[in-house]
Design a protein around this ligand. Sequence first.
Ligand code: SF4
Ligand code: SF4
Length: 53
Amino acid sequence: MIIKDYCLYCGACAGVCQVDAIEVKEVKIVIDEEKCVNCGICVKICPVNALEM
Ligand code: SF4
Ligand code: SF4
């Protein structure tokens, strides 16, 4: 999963993650690859297409 430079840190992806794998901080977003189950929901919810599988 790639985080592109145009993330707005809106938190929408973290809000939909069912396993709490995404943490959005003030100027960065961190995805815990051990928690992630590759469902792709965060990729679909991102308003600026900042996430990719
Ligand atoms: S792909 Fe699914 S499990 Fe992984 S971070 Fe995104 S919403 Fe969470
Ligand atoms: S939904 Fe997209 S813009 Fe919002 S915090 Fe997640 S990656 Fe960044």
